[in-house]
Design a protein around this ligand. Sequence first.
Ligand code: ARG
Length: 459
Amino acid sequence: MSQIRGRFNKDADKLAETYTASIQFDKRLYPYDITGSIVHARMLAKQGIISEQEAQTIIGGLNSIKKEIEQGKFEFKPELEDIHMNIEARLIEKVGEIGGKLHTARSRNDQIAVDMRLFTRDAIAQSIAEIRGLQKALVDLAEANKDTVIPGYTHLQQAQPVLLAHHLLAYFEMLQRDADRFKCCRKRTDILPLGSGALAGVAYNIDREFLARELGFDRISQNSLDAVSDRDFVIEYEVATSLCMMHVSRLAEEVILWSSAEFDFIELDDTYATGSSIMPQKKNPDVAELARSKTGRIYGNLMALLTTMKGLPLAYNKDMQEDKEGFFDTVDTLLATLEVMASIVATLHIKTDNTTKAVRRGYLLATDLADYLVKKGESFRTAHDIIARLIGYAVSQDKTLDMLSLEAYKQFSPRFGEDVYSITVESSLAARDNIGGTAPKRVAQALANARKALEESST
Ligand code: ARG
């Protein structure tokens, strides 16, 4: 910490030094820090603030530091606190006094803001790419099983038949909105903060348009205090991640339920299941369970950062250093979860014999029977009541609806005729022929639309 302790008479306390250091976690910002510094040095030279020769020396030094880090030869020092000072100190070590000119017209406050924005921009692109991967796995699974019917549930009770593809495409839609949210968040991340200095702007003739262009930023921050003191773009990323993880967690939950002996709709690939150390019969869905549980951590990181930021006076406060660990964990967890869930979906096997049995076993056609009576002139409420009693009777006889005789039907309503037997799972599905419904031709269209959206999507 030597360079910035000039006005102090004592060295920092060891414990305080360790407590304040962020290098153990912010070192992963090094590529962004170096890119930002190289562009800054070029700008300083272009503006005549340092000489062209000095800029070249600095840039050469920064590039070789980057290599050292990549090759694992760089020694990160906690006493140098953070990534900015570790790199700067090494630069001065390598190129001498000139290295000290890099920090002209800059502060660590706008430096960390630019590093974080560059990092977040990449994290957004990767997140969208991983979302696309999971969406593709869902569409592939839907297409490979496009005739499979499952019971649809409400209250986790069997409700009406739906195509498995329809069910899977529900997740496609959720993920579509998640990707959109990341894109929106990118708009507000893609703003250059560099040139804001410590808080008030810088007293040099800098060129912020050049910095923005060279670093690929869309816009330039319009208030120096705001630019160094907000982390709302990090929070937005964490909000978008929380929603996405919530969706993925529900998918994970269904994978877990469906692989249980009670449902038995799917078989997980052996590579995504774990054995029990005591019960040899078990095939545990650990990976999906962890995907479900890690969602809690993601919410926790969001709450932590919101809480950290809520009472901070303008402008930069050291509290903001606490944005990083939770944020990095959020990014890593989201990317890993999306990737692993895509693999689970891509490798699982649908047990169609069991889904067919489940559809037959339940009284999933009850609504269709009520609709049948309505078409014969009954009011829906009365029809509902008649079918409820009819099902009660079928349950007491341990019979499915197609096993009931016409006489039995007629005991509940004289409106029943032979054509009641034409009410089938197929007719039930086909009848739901509206936009967003589960009729096979609607689902085929939805699948084609999803496939097209995936092909057209760029990150
Ligand atoms: N490590 C710091 C952070 O992450 C960098 C900015 C430090 N600025 C300062 N004035 N101490 O927030």
